[in-house]
Design a protein around this ligand. Structure first.
Ligand code: ADP
Ligand code: MG
Length: 304
């Protein structure tokens, strides 16, 4: 009998309902079928969130990581994005059965996440190095089906429309400001890029002594300055947010030649959006909420 991490089963059932229950019931059988198909021994899993991810060894001794999820469009999007952003600093797809929610990936070793790097300046410099190699300008003949920042804008717009008196602790005025800024930043994107869409410390893994590789893209089309916000908001202590964010942003601007004003604007607008998402899901994320005010202060400081 397969023993599963309880947080994982809760998340899967929370997101997918009955399909999630069926997936969990069949998981042991699914695992054995891919062991046979790809000649693998699949080992106990990593710490899980929304997918079953486990190290595996093929019968020729080569190690892999297998990712098994409930088949859905975002799983397919992850695969498409991994193909489009393929490079030595992005995890390699070795085989796939995406229609059934399965990816066979190169195993990244030692594979500890960027969250294990305690020095925040060092972690930010590492993140900027992988970001520099990641983004690709969107091809002009684009047949991609990736989500775009327009989808995020629409999400914020519908939140504003259905929360006329504000959203949780966020006032009506802040909501309106966030939407105006989102639209303005969106209109003024110079060059659209293929973005990761969920680029934080836990999706950057150490590979060898000095290299780091990116895993788990959601895929998004838009502004590079938006793709750094997940990183900025992650692993932020409740205290000292202002100085840590200020320092992280200055490093990213310097290392990547990004536009600081746009990062600050997206930071504010996205913090509002994320806080509203958390309110809609029934539990206010205090950290996202707190970040709204910090980005406002950073914007004021920048304007002088
Ligand atoms: N290719 C890989 N090599 C080594 N470890 C991996 C690999 N892919 C994922 N992991 C481990 O599995 C965890 C979950 O994988 P991830 O793709 O982020 O799943 P989810 O989509 O559920 O967030 C990661 O945090 C990492 O520890
Ligand atoms: Mg992940």
């Amino acid at each position: 009998m397969l023993e599963l991490q309880s947080e994982f089963t809760k998340k899967i059932i929370g997101v997918y309902g009955q399909r999630g229950v069926d997936f969990l019931t069949n998981l042991e059988t699914i695992i054995s079928s891919y062991e046979q198909r790809w000649h693998l021994k699949i080992h106990p899993p990593y710490e899980l969130s929304y997918n079953y991810v486990a190290p595996a060894t093929r019968n020729d001794g080569i190690e892999f990581a297998i990712k098994i999820g409930v088949p859905n469009p975002s799983f397919t999007m992850e695969y498409e994005t991994l193909r489009m952003l393929a490079s030595p600093s992005v995890v390699k797809v070795v085989d796939e059965d995406v229609a059934n929610g399965v990816l066979l990936l190169e195993k990244i070793k030692p594979g500890n996440t960027l969250a294990t790097v305690k020095d925040d300046v060092e972690a930010t410099i590492i993140a900027s190095k992988v970001m520099a190699k990641l983004w690709r300008p969107l091809p002009s003949h684009n047949h991609l089906n990736l989500p775009t920042m327009k989808d995020r804008e629409k999400s914020l717009e519908s939140i504003v429309q259905s929360n006329k008196n504000g959203c949780g602790p966020i006032s009506k005025k802040i909501l309106a400001e966030a939407l105006t800024l989102f639209k303005q930043l969106h209109r003024t994107i110079n060059q659209q890029y293929i973005l990761h869409g969920d680029l934080h410390h836990y999706n950057i893994l150490q590979s060898g002594h000095n290299e780091w590789k990116i895993i788990d893209p959601k895929g998004l089309v838009g502004d590079r300055e938006y793709d750094v916000i997940q990183f900025l908001l992650n692993k932020l202590p409740y205290e000292n947010k202002f100085s840590i964010l200020d320092r992280r942003i200055n490093i990213l601007v310097e290392q990547l030649g990004l536009n600081k004003e746009r990062i600050l604007g997206w930071g504010f607008a996205h913090s509002v959006l994320s806080t509203c998402w958390s309110v809609e899901e029934g539990s206010l994320d205090e950290n996202f909420f707190h970040s709204i005010g910090v980005f406002q202060q950073l914007i004021e400081k920048e304007r002088g």
